[in-house]
Design a protein around this ligand. Sequence first.
Ligand code: HEC
Length: 345
Amino acid sequence: MAPQLQLGALAPGPLPNSTEVYPPTRPGLAAQGAEVYRSLGCAQCHTRAVRQTQALYGARLNEVGNSPNTLLLPGLGGSDPKPVNLDLLLALATIRPDLTIAPLPLPPALVGDTNIVARLKQFADNVALLKRNDTKVGINRPTSGPSVNDLAGKLPAAVFERVSIEAGERAVKYLSDAGAKAELTFYNLGPDIERGWGARRTVAQDYVNDSPVLLGSVRVGPDLASLATRAPEKFAAPWKFASTNTAAEFERHLLVHLYNPRVLAKDSTCPSAGYLFNKQKPEIRAAGEPLTVPGTDAPVFPKHEARALVAYLLTQRVDTGVAEAPVPSAPKAVPAAAPKAPMKP
Ligand code: HEC
């Protein structure tokens, strides 16, 4: 009874930080397609569950930010002055002992600026102290190769990738304490995710609209939980889409696959659902557009059930993050500086 009481009462719920409700109600055609999927026994050979074995974390540096130790120094090659956050450079050097600490030379134009001279001297002293500590704990810093300055100069920068949550949180704390803007990132891992079968593991809420739930238990064919988000090269065949990769093209491929799986995958054991297609143009208006199957002359006409099944397959997507299984976000591009307003004549 316990699972029935816990999961049976699940209802579509609000998404974190959004006004949307997940999962959305299936459109009518797709809801009919769910019945076709059930009646044809597709769940005998296909599961609908993305499995995930692990989640790992990382730290991303988004902005250099500000600290009392931020100096405006000319960029490399004498370009416009850039803010250089000395505290951030020290924080990066502390958490990434595999990077060199490139010294910051005093720009000739600023030799007379006592404030900057003193700050850079203090920075050099701190770096020397850090190096002494490195030696004490047996860290051998490389003398050439990527430097801390390179990392701070290319934003957003992945400071850590695929580490434990403790290492990720520690890095974010160091960077934030130095006044920089940093965030904890994470990675969903597991064979299914690497195969491109979904962005995260499936959770109970994904199945709220299904009755009965057709999870499936045997994977004779690929998992279909997130079929609609699958990249063309991640299909078993692999399927070849034209460069457009539009929904209409995907729909056409699915219809061809249903009509005869051997057209797209030579030795496929997926049974043909040719009975969902008319060979002759039917006289009724419900008949869909004719479908040209590669390698055949006469077009075929998908029946309503074929269109409904495809509509259902197109709703199969596990790419929305939910509270218990978030989806990693892509790094946000740093907006380019706004162009200067043209001068009025
Ligand atoms: C006898 C087992 C079996 C049954 C039943 C079955 N399939 Fe398949 N299916 C497979 C196999 C094996 C593949 C992989 C080869 C291929 O791409 O055709 C596959 C591939 C697919 C693919 C392509 C997925 C990919 O990643 O390449 C789709 C879509 C699909 N099946 C849908 C269905 C639907 C819808 C049904 C029910 C009408 C169904 N299958 C019934 C075995 C089966």
